[in-house]
Write a protein that binds this ligand. Sequence first.
Ligand SMILES: [Zn+2]
Length: 349
Amino acid sequence: MSISHSDPAPSVAALYFDGRSARAHPVTLTLHGHDLHLDGAGLSRIDALPAVRLSEPMGQAARIITFADGAHVEVRDHAALAVLLAASGQRDSTIVRWSFQPRAVLALLAGLLCALWFAWQFGLPWAARQAAPHVPDEVVTALSQQTLAWVDGGVMTASTLDVQRQQSLRSALDAAARVDGQSLTHALMFRSGGAMGANAFALPDGTLIVTDQLVALAGNDDEVLAVLLHELGHARSRHGTRMLLQGSVSALFMAWYLGDVSSLLAMAPTALIQAGYSRDMEREADDFAARMLRRQGLSPALLADMLEKLAAAHDKDAHSPDSLPAWLSSHPDTAERIARLRNGDFMLN
Ligand SMILES: [Zn+2]
């Protein structure tokens, strides 16, 4: 025998449960080679180590050793168990050892946060982009009606714009909103902007809303048309629906997996009118407007002119608590966009 009496094999006190009754039996665990020996009053069993499972450490909670037949022991003496494991040459798994090292735990946490940030920053917009074209028409219609109801529920009031002016703007949009001889789905509504002032936005179904104040700010119909085509670009690319989908993971989940769009509907007005589009979406809508203006023999600089006028108008109103410079906050990097439209840096195809 190689084991000397001066160096007894390490042992651990534990409680044994046979898997059939709730009764706890005090036992002692020892290791002999690759066998785990369990001894108690009238109890004895020997199990090969590979056949037993050791639970991961969770603070001061007992470690559980589970046997193949469903019986288990609870070990509360963590220090003695560690000595036993060390003596056997067994080590806890990598993740278990790491969880005792603060630096490793921090590294794991940082990795997890990075993964979450990436999912939020790139995964969610990507998922929204994939999902937006598949949102059923009924949902798109419901989102649009809900938003229009909110607008007409006190945010804006009936337009006082001359009917003939309304008609000439409508005709100009009808003539411009065509691709390959096909008319693009659209509708045009006029409202008095109230606190929202000079403003224009698109509902997901292609309905464009323009305020009397924006028409007044524009020098002519072509400048209004430039803004309308920009908004039509947002509607065509379903930007509003995408913003809505990526605005709430829970609403997205409810809509896709449970078919319940009520939370999406509730969010629609804020997401579609008050929240901002991303820089990429603005560029895409600018490019669309520039292309459509060119086809009408008009200059994309018309949109740049309007961006400047809108920026100036909302700057002037900024000190008023009622003013809502949403058009600008929702149209970031205005100066960069103006330069891009003037320099013809946009994508023509
Ligand atoms: Zn825009």
